[in-house]
Design a protein around this ligand. Structure first.
Ligand code: CUA
Length: 180
């Protein structure tokens, strides 16, 4: 009697092992499919930057905000710092690929652009890059969503999405909310 109930337990365990193995195989296959066929992958590169000299390089004050580079790429650079986004407002064209590059000189911040898929943490020492296409014109609120200190709840930016004909960068390729 004791032997047959033990066999039943072993058979049951084996059945469940097969079920668990099948579930893992399905999840693994879905992950591979998403990566290969749908290009949904975790960030592929880790870009580091020295937070102590953030204001001297790419994220120097004069370099912040929206800029259209020579090959037509729209790149937005933002510094997330206690307790503001610099610049507070950025302007981007609707329906075009936009790269947001954000870094922090002090503590961990986060940002999301409401009504869009933009949502990232901003960790000192790293550059957070998000590529997106904004599909709706209008002012989108961009709150900090990572508790960063007493002023966290006041840390708020804005992304102004405008029609292509209203997006007119200057001769230097720069566009700002103050232009319109
Ligand atoms: Cu920055 Cu919360």
């Amino acid at each position: 009697m004791a032997g047959s109930s033990e066999q039943a337990i072993v058979r049951s365990e084996l059945r469940w092992a097969v079920v668990v193995g099948a579930v893992v195989a399905v999840i693994f296959a879905a992950t591979i499919f998403a990566a290969v066929a749908m290009h949904m992958t975790p960030p592929g590169s880790v870009e580091t930057i020295d937070p102590a000299t953030l204001h001297l390089g790419e994220f120097a004050e004069a370099n912040l905000g929206t800029r259209v580079s020579g090959d037509g790429q729209v790149i937005v650079r933002i510094v997330a710092t206690q307790f503001a986004f610099v610049p507070r407002c950025v302007v981007v064209p609707v329906g075009q690929p936009v790269s947001l590059r954000v870094s922090s000189p002090d503590v961990i911040h986060g940002l999301l652009v409401m009504g869009t898929n933009v949502n990232t943490m901003v960790v000192p020492g790293y550059v957070s890059q998000v590529r997106t296409v904004f599909s709706q014109t209008g002012d989108h609120l961009m709150p900090c969503h990572e508790f960063c200190g007493l002023g966290h709840s006041q840390m708020m930016g804005e992304v102004r999405v405008v029609k292509a004909q209203d997006f007119r960068p200057g001769a230097d390729g720069r566009a700002s909310c103050a232009d319109r």
